[in-house]
Write a protein that binds this ligand. Structure first.
Ligand code: BTN
Length: 252
């Protein structure tokens, strides 16, 4: 089924392996082409994790962006997390947070994740697929996610219309993407929305070392500044991080 929500053109499927992978097959599609599925059989998260994608319970959405320049491209996944967080705030949800770089949490449990994948390195033909999963109507999660995941239905006690939520999120995405294109600050809004921005004691597990310290804001490309116990400033980038824990050692 094809749905027009200008500027978005939405290809809606009942089931796909992964909406990111389905959209990758539409390599020459116009900007803002989207793939949405009622379920994903092989939904993917960052670092080869699976994304729990049961039928009708979540929003499984991928959006094709064709940014005109590589500059500030790393901010597009932060921008998407801002858009998700704002949809929750607009619905009056309390306890909304963004865990660096782009996990959206409610009351410290993950409600949304973002997987951004580049498709071309030729500057004239840049394409970025932004895959967004939002837990909407899940009433329970498998044991492996119990205690670390939540859904809008669990937070509100209400059943959520996936289509209404989709339209609300796309409106926020367009708003923030236009701001990104115009060069407006993404970092400022991200820092307003995230308790991880400053003063958070964290342990970041990288490939070969762990960095422990207190967060001190984002760099202009979205790296996380961390002041270690010895007062040294480290900057960590999302591609390096295997796992980020808060000071209590809790894996969120
Ligand atoms: C993460 O938190 O690890 C990222 C999760 C991203 C999940 C979404 S669901 C829609 C899109 N299709 C996928 O296979 N993954 C993303």
């Amino acid at each position: 089924m094809l749905i027009h929500r200008p500027p978005f053109i939405i290809h809606q499927f009942s089931s796909v392996s992964s909406t990111n992978d389905r959209l990758k097959e539409m390599v020459d599609a116009p900007e803002f082409t989207c793939v949405i599925a009622d379920q994903q059989t092989e939904g993917r998260g960052r670092r080869a994790h699976q994304w729990y994608s049961t039928p009708g319970e979540g929003l499984y959405l991928s959006i094709l962006l064709r940014p005109k320049s590589l500059s500030r491209i790393s901010l597009l996944s932060l921008m998407s997390a801002i858009a998700v967080a704002e949809t929750l705030l607009e619905r009056g949800i309390a306890g909304v947070d963004i865990k660096w770089p782009n996990d959206v949490l409610v009351n410290q449990r993950k409600i949304s994740g973002i997987l951004a994948e580049g498709m071309s390195i030729a500057p004239a033909a840049l394409r970025l697929i932004v895959g967004i999963g939002v837990n909407l109507n899940h009433r329970s999660f498998p044991d492996s996610l119990a205690g670390i995941a939540t859904s809008l239905a669990l937070e509100t006690g209400m059943t959520i219309s996936v289509d209404c939520y989709r339209d609300q999120l796309l409106e926020r995405i367009e708003h923030w993407y236009r701001r990104w294109e115009s060069g407006a600050s993404i970092i400022d809004r991200w820092q307003e929305l995230s308790s991880y921005a400053r003063g958070k004691k964290i342990i970041a597990q990288l490939d070969e070392q762990a960095i422990e310290g207190e967060t001190a804001g984002l760099t202009e490309t979205g790296g996380l500044r961390v002041i270690t116990g010895t007062g040294e400033l480290k900057i960590i980038f999302s591609r390096e991080v295997i796992c980020l824990r808060n000071d209590a050692g809790k894996v969120e």
